[in-house]
Write a protein that binds this ligand. Sequence first.
Ligand code: ZN
Length: 153
Amino acid sequence: MNILVSLLLILFVSNPFTNSSIEKPAANDDKVEITIEANDQMRFNLSEIKVKEGDTVVLTLKHVGKLPKAAMGHNWVLLKKDVAMADFAKTAMTAKATDYIPEGTEDVIVHTKMLGGGEETTIEFEAPAKGEYTFICSFPGHYALMNGKFIVE
Ligand code: ZN
């Protein structure tokens, strides 16, 4: 065996890409996929969503109805813990220009865009601290029927 071959052999054996000791991500890096549907009857199909603290949540909102956004728009808005749902909804009603999310609001953890019938959208976010949160659709008049609990365990 000449020196060059020996050298190549050493490089190959010590190549980090062939090393099997690369560890998998820790369990709390798990992605949790959630699909929630909203319809023309002004309803979500889920009233409760449960995740674990630190989970990466991949949430898809599907508007399974046929009505356009202007008549039956739906979004998914996760409110901070101390926010009163009715108060937020009242303010959101006036924010038509920004799809019923008040500009610069500090009441929202995360939200999707507003959808019309047949549309869907996906957002990704890290689950907040343990506790019970409220999600709503902030289209005017929808929150009373379109709300649910987002529980972080
Ligand atoms: Zn809605």
